[in-house]
Design a protein around this ligand. Sequence first.
Ligand code: AMP
Ligand code: ZN
Ligand code: FE
Ligand code: FE
Length: 291
Amino acid sequence: MISGERPFIDLHVHSTVSDGTFSPADVVISAAEVGLDVIGLTDHDTLAGWDAAFAACPPGLTVVPGLELSCVYSAAGQRPISVHVLGYLVDPQHPELSAELTRLRGERSRRGEKIVEKLVSAGYPITWDRVLEFADGGSVGRPHVGRALVEAGVVASVDEAFVELLSAAGPYYVRKADMDAVAGVRLINDSGGVAVFAHPAAGRRGRVLGDAAIAVLAGSGLAGIEVDHPDHEPAEREHLRRLATELGLVATGASDFHGSNKVSRLGEELTHPAAYRELVAAAWGSRPYVG
Ligand code: AMP
Ligand code: ZN
Ligand code: FE
Ligand code: FE
């Protein structure tokens, strides 16, 4: 159970419309059960879970509809770095955003199939059809390939699948054509939302941005950075908190819950109520859903 000063706010949660294992309805029910007051539903490159989350939202819980946009940051002379940008309270009807999300989901699907082809060529007994079944019509991601690998007995857990087989540094990795991060921040703002840089220091997933690049994003309209995230070490959090103050960014905290596809628990990290209020006040594309 969560303790401390209320409201309890967890602003980064995934469901089955991307690579979480809880349906949007189960996410909101579980959020209320663990004692959360506010959750941000932030599935990868899709808004498809919003309506089901609103419909199942228990009394007393607030759902902040959002997404996690797949982006890359490209600096001159350097290889592009993968960047996840959370967008809260965007207008779900915004034509450019909708078109970009459709493109990104297509890209996820093509790239997922290529990863599977590489794994199959190396002798791993999985199929693309099975991966699509795990994705169940949602945004396809590497965790779905991981589940196929677990089912086939290749690895014991999705986490283990990421260590060698699915890692960005591994031989089976395939890049997807993600959105430019500066353009992504602008698109979120243009569609009425607020943009928060997800897990900026999660180095276990690959290379991370330096402070100068985060400053560029801040100058392009980024509103916040995720400071308290399960993948961040205490020293990284301290550094990011200071950077947020320097750059005038809101510091958030969130679990990045993915159900059984990842080890983090709902409500494991929280956002301060004042930070939450600042983000909501800056958005006009849609409003939090109060159950
Ligand atoms: P993709 O979006 O297909 O590139 O896959 C990235 C997703 O896999 C992100 O949502 C991560 O949360 C998840 N992920 C990254 N590393 C791991 C890991 N070690 N174990 C489980 N999931 C992971
Ligand atoms: Zn994910
Ligand atoms: Fe992410
Ligand atoms: Fe996430």
